[in-house]
Design a binder for this molecule. Structure first.
Ligand code: ZN
Length: 138
């Protein structure tokens, strides 16, 4: 569907905050109902999910208790149960340059995080349960 660019936001989230919560809170405060974003920076620990397509649930949560670079965190904002909902994926790199990634989960703690959010207008996407995948999809 066609959408138009709305407001844009740039800034950084507080050190020690949860990355997913920070994104969700900002979207709530600014009432961003549809959008896309990127975040770069670093974290002091990370939690990522992997979706088991056969079992239709997030399994094998990857918990990394180490300092990592956010080489890329990207995602979208839409509505779930009428409220702004953030779907984010993240790729992180360690001291040796090794990267890992997954679905961003609560428990990823910010060392530094610079965000850019672009609101999109002219459409509304609601997440609803999709029986084929078990996910909440548009
Ligand atoms: Zn995901």
């Amino acid at each position: 569907m066609k959408v138009d660019t709305g407001r844009q936001f740039i800034g950084r989230f507080a050190k020690g905050s949860d990355l997913l919560s920070s994104l969700t809170e900002l979207c709530g405060v600014e009432q961003i109902r549809l959008g896309v974003f990127t975040v770069i920076g670093a974290v002091t620990r990370a939690c990522m999910g992997y979706y088991d397509q056969a079992g239709q649930q997030y399994v094998d949560c990857v918990n990394l208790e180490k300092k990592l670079e956010i080489t890329c965190c990207t995602g979208n904002i839409s509505l779930k149960d009428g409220k702004p909902f953030v779907h984010a994926h993240i790729t992180l790199a360690d001291l040796s340059g090794q990267a890992c990634g997954g679905h961003l989960m609560p428990g990823t703690v910010i060392f530094a995080a610079e965000y850019y959010i672009r609101e999109l207008c002219g459409a509304e996407l609601q997440r609803r349960h999709d029986p084929q995948t078990g996910l909440s999809l548009w």
